[in-house]
Design a protein around this ligand. Sequence first.
Ligand code: NAD
Length: 250
Amino acid sequence: MGKLDGRVVLITGAARGQGEQEARLFAAEGARVVLADVLDEPGEALAKELGHTYVHLDVSQEVDWIAAVAAAKERFGKIDGLVNNAGILRFNELVATPLEEFQLITQVNQVGTFLGIRNVAPEIEAAGGGTIVNTASYTAMTGMAGVGAYAASKHAILGLTRVAALELAARRIRVNAICPGAVDTPMSNPDGVDPAAVAELYGKLVPLGRVGQPEEIAKLALFLSCEDSSYITGQPVVIDGGWLAGVSLF
Ligand code: NAD
């Protein structure tokens, strides 16, 4: 028995990183997975490997959401799970951030999550209920210099999560958010910095002494998407190796 037997789950940003590991784990747990991304080649290759479905979905575009929902229903007949995972990050001080960059990050991370909830929640309700997992961040819970637009969008995702949980509970839809710290994906090392330097940095910053792995984030997304979390909704769940716990003098 898989933890997601009979479920149909749409995962955004599923071509690589955390979304890829979520797609792999959800498929292994019995879900039929709709992998969505703007990176069509790796997304299609992964869907083919898993025997599931790929859709091109730019989460910032409502027309893409409408087409993706239609494609998922045509292939699997319903959708009863959503993982809003797609996101982008840019490094800049606030006073140096161009308006276009702030708006792009907002459009993908915040508006993309809103559009996912708006377009998929009615389908989950029609399927008899289910789950939505939004991907926030450590930077949804605290500040981090150099990522102001990103942190603002991730704080907003927590607001969306709480309101959606309140509004959708009566429709048998649970809505939670995951708040990862530093995770070993292309996003956290965009310029191909020496992995040894990254390991050394997080070895010092993070109490558990290492960067997180995308497979570990996927396990939390699974927990929040299956019956093991049946009495949890509206919550941000931090997964950061203890980074948010505080600072150490030693
Ligand atoms: P990643 O860059 O490896 O993967 C992100 C995926 O989202 C990519 O496949 C990308 O093509 C896709 N994507 C980007 N824009 C999109 C769009 N407009 N429409 C659809 N897909 C789009 O990064 P990741 O670490 O796997 O990030 C996954 C999520 O986790 C993101 O929301 C990110 O903000 C969040 N997060 C990451 C970290 C980290 O340290 N890596 C920490 C906290 C939160």
